[in-house]
Design a protein around this ligand. Structure first.
Ligand code: ADP
Ligand code: ADP
Length: 227
């Protein structure tokens, strides 16, 4: 579903964000990208979303080499991706429901259909009760779950989340991760970056980056939750 073939990314002559990265992520996998700030996690996610292009190597997403995608093909690629990036803010002057409906309206869905699907998405992240609230009345963790609902409302095949639990306390962070895992459990491929080691305890696949290189990566079968 996602493949990196000897990918390097230099922002400038002196800034190499990624060096010689090769990896492959299968359909339905849940992968954590770990490593300290500046390791290249966010660059790796941006390459998948074609928000940056590789300096060397190829990035293949759902069979398409993203550096060969023409600008006209980008909306099609992005529709298949649910993006949860820190800088993407909710619209403060619209309700939570309207925020989640927006991607569907943009794609031409009718309002009743968009509303039904947005409510279904809010229900999945446990925030249906907040549908009519303004986003700024919600806690940071709740806002992040609204952003997840907005990212998945179009039923993308891939979710990319860049430090989705940053600045959240443990309980709020766990709820955000549970919301992401709920979509993984219905078959969505998920890549989640984090510098928080505690979230890796229950992970089934982790790729550690440091200074733009993969320094460690492992996979294991699902961890049984204690009864
Ligand atoms: P992480 O997400 O692990 O914190 P990043 O991918 O954001 O890492 O950054 C990797 C390296 O690339 C860092 O040294 C960072 O300063 C640099 N970098 C990131 N974005 C840019 C940019 N737009 N221009 C120049 N350098 C950048
Ligand atoms: P239904 O027709 O079963 O009610 P919806 O279209 O209302 O389903 O989808 C329910 C919500 O689940 C959607 O709004 C969407 O946000 C979310 N979702 C996203 N991706 C998937 C997926 N792959 N499988 C199931 N639900 C998904």
């Amino acid at each position: 579903m996602i493949e990196f073939q000897q990918v390097s990314k230099k922002y400038t002559q002196n800034v190499t964000a990624l060096s010689d990265i090769s990896l492959s992520v299968g359909k339905g996998e849940l992968v954590f990208l770990a490593g300290p700030s500046g390791a290249g996690k966010s660059t790796l996610l941006k390459l998948i979303a074609a928000m940056e292009s590789p300096t060397e190597g190829s990035v293949i997403v759902s069979g398409h080499d993203i550096s060969r995608i023409k600008t006209s093909g980008l909306p099609y690629l992005r529709r298949n991706l649910g993006l949860i990036f820190q800088q993407q803010r909710l619209l403060a002057d619209r309700s939570v429901l309207a925020n989640v409906m927006l991607p569907l309206i943009v794609c031409g869905a009718s309002r009743p259909d968009a509303e039904r699907r947005a409510r279904a998405a809010l229900d999945k992240v446990g925030l249906l009760d907040m549908a009519n609230s303004g986003p700024l009345t919600l806690s940071g963790g709740e806002q992040q779950r609204v952003a997840i609902a907005r990212a998945i409302v179009n039923r993308p095949q891939i979710i990319l989340a860049d430090e989705p639990t940053a600045n959240l306390d443990r309980a709020a962070a766990n709820k955000v991760l549970d919301a992401l895992k709920a979509f993984h459990s219905v078959g969505v491929t998920c890549l989640i970056s984090t510098h928080d080691e505690q979230f890796l305890d229950t992970a089934t696949r982790v790729i550690y980056l440091d200074h733009g290189r993969i320094i460690e990566s492992w996979r294991r079968t699902a961890v049984q939750e204690p009864a």
